[in-house]
Design a protein around this ligand. Structure first.
Ligand code: VGL
Ligand code: ZN
Length: 199
């Protein structure tokens, strides 16, 4: 499928068991993702890549704990434990992920003052990462999303891809979620409403 890209979202140590923001079973999807890579004309990996002291870290906000919400100039923001700090082992890809197969690694969340869940836009929903241009100039019109976490970065990436006019599928067997206060069922519904094929 030369017109289809596999978009592998944030399969990094900090989102796997033992990591700073561990997603239950996050490491279980690695072999299946590696096997799926052969089906696609392009493989793109995303990497959550925060500077130390990132504004999405609860540790930067007096009196706030991880998983609390705050208002940022660009909208509501969940506060997270410190995670995926640039250059750390937590930010590295899971050692089992077949990273050699990737055509592109796109890093996101590298600006201190704004978070970036989506592979396409930062959390202001306006600042592009450049991925749209990359895919279009390679003639890609379909995107299959897998990875971590289903209800945050996979969700935002899939919905943005659909809004940009790509045909989008999310393979839930190759994703794992965080599920904060019902965020997982809400994300699955939101993706379907945006026209994403959730399988
Ligand atoms: C993610 C929370 C914070 C994700 C990244 O990859 O889903 N979630 N940063
Ligand atoms: Zn992050």
């Amino acid at each position: 499928m030369t017109d289809t890209a596999l978009l592998v979202i944030d399969v990094q140590n900090d989102f796997c068991p033992g990591g700073a923001l561990a997603v239950g079973g996050g490491d279980e999807i690695v072999p299946g993702i590696n096997a799926a890579m052969a089906e696609f004309g392009a493989v793109v990996l995303t990497q959550d890549w925060h500077p130390a002291g990132h504004s999405s870290f609860a540790s930067e906000h007096d009196g706030k704990a991880p998983m609390e919400m705050i208002r940022m100039p660009y909208g509501p923001q969940v506060l997270w434990p410190d995670h995926c700090v640039q250059g750390t082992e937590g930010a590295a890809f899971h050692a089992g992920l077949a990273t050699d197969r990737a055509d592109l690694v796109i890093r996101k969340g590298f600006r201190r003052e704004i978070d970036s869940y989506s592979a396409f836009f930062e959390n202001d929903h306006k600042t592009p990462t450049g991925l749209e241009g990359y895919l279009r100039t390679r003639g890609i019109s379909r995107v299959v999303c897998v990875g971590l976490a289903t209800d945050f970065c996979v969700n935002f990436s899939a919905v943005d891809a659909a809004r940009l006019g790509f045909e989008v599928e999310v393979r839930t067997a190759l994703c794992r979620g965080i599920d904060l206060g019902g965020s997982l069922p809400a994300a699955l519904q939101g993706m379907k409403d945006a026209g994403v094929r959730v399988v």
